[in-house]
Design a protein around this ligand. Structure first.
Ligand code: NCD
Ligand code: ZN
Length: 345
């Protein structure tokens, strides 16, 4: 197969940042995707619908002229989010979900939730209105090993939460383990998960390949090979509650190559091509479209996109570096060969 057509995909987990960083990265996503679920963890987090609307406008202002890319906005859940804000959200056209970060889990999460019980009235309102909760699925307890934080999240947070709010729509974001894959697979129809390219392509050895590799560090951290295989098995099985979310999380080269480097991998440069390579290796290229363009929209109750994209089988070299704000960024798999290329007009 030398080329494939598919419905234009959506990225259901995307960090676009703000200001000059936003201006540097947004065209990459817009070239490939019709829509992006925009994460709200800016330095000053997007905690209200009014802030989300203003941020959406800044994204639209930075889009290339020839694109129809639609930012789907999210709110950042805090201990102090008001039920009133959920009512406003429910009446609003451009905000689609609420994002849960445990306080201190990752980039700009200091304002995250310290005690989930404090948010129960808000979760109740979301459940009633059918508004999805997008969960960063890790505990932050420093006594828990970093490689176990997702499993412990399932036991301590997710399973009890699902018992308490049986109808709440939940997306378990960027899953990384067989535990998460099995939990979602066996779960009810109101539970889904996103999977990133890096967790499908690399295992944790990639962080330590002949030295420390800050550009392969993200959260949740890459896991053992057996977990990567479990995620590949999910794609192989074509399960409808697992869909594309890149978690593309740009940080400047300086911020990553540091004594305390930031978590986050920039995959937006060629995300759909990376996913195509994964499906090709599985011998299931025909299932790429469901994962990338159908299942996410279906879960969110959005219309499937009508436009198409074409990917051609062609080797090319991922750039060593890209311009980013006043600095540069190192894309995922910089300098390596990618086997698929998006056909652009
Ligand atoms: C994300 C970021 O930098 O905003 N980083 C990451 O490693 N994924 C935050 C997040 O989604 O955890
Ligand atoms: Zn993220």
């Amino acid at each position: 197969m030398n080329s494939i057509n598919l419905t234009r995909p959506d990225d259901f987990h995307l960090h676009l940042r703000d200001a000059t960083a936003l201006a540097s990265v947004v065209a990459d996503s817009a070239r490939q995707f019709a829509r992006g679920m925009i994460m709200p963890n800016l330095e000053s987090p997007i905690t209200t619908v009014a802030l989300a609307e203003a941020y959406r406008q800044r994204i639209l202002d930075n889009l290339p002229l020839d694109t129809n890319f639609q930012p789907l906005m999210t709110l950042y859940l805090t201990d102090n989010t008001l039920v009133e804000e959920i009512k406003i959200l429910a009446e609003h056209d451009h905000v689609y979900a609420v994002k849960y970060y445990p306080a201190g889990a990752t980039t700009n999460s200091d304002n995250g939730v310290s005690d989930l019980e404090k948010t129960y009235p808000v979760l109740e309102a979301m459940s009633e209105q059918g508004i999805p909760l997008l969960m960063h699925g890790e505990v932050t307890d420093t006594g828990v090993d970093i490689f176990d934080r997702e499993q412990v999240f399932i036991e301590r947070i997710l399973a009890p939460l699902m018992k308490r709010f049986e109808n709440l729509k939940i997306v378990f974001e960027h899953i990384t383990t067989s535990d998460a894959a099995n939990f979602v697979m066996k779960g009810p129809e109101n539970l889904a998960a996103t999977i990133t390219p890096q967790h499908l392509i690399y295992n944790r050895n990639a962080i330590f390949k002949s030295g420390i590799r800050p550009h392969n560090f993200c959260l949740p951290v890459l896991k053992r090979e057996k977990h990567r295989q479990a995620l590949l098995d999910v794609l192989d099985g074509g399960h409808h509650r697992f869909f594309l979310g890149t978690d593309s999380a740009p940080h400047s080269r300086n911020a990553k190559e540091s004594a305390c480097g930031c978590a986050g991998i920039y995959t937006a440069h060629n995300a759909i091509e990376l996913y195509a390579s994964v499906f090709e290796e599985l011998g299931k290229l025909e299932q790429l479209e469901d994962f990338a363009s159908h299942f996410g929209a279906d879960f969110y109750g959005l219309e499937r996109n009508s436009a198409q994209i074409t990917l051609v089988k062609k080797d090319w070299t991922i750039p060593a570096s890209l311009p980013f704000a006043e600095s540069e960024i190192i894309p995922f798999m910089a300098g390596e060969t990618c086997h698929w290329k998006l056909l652009t007009a």
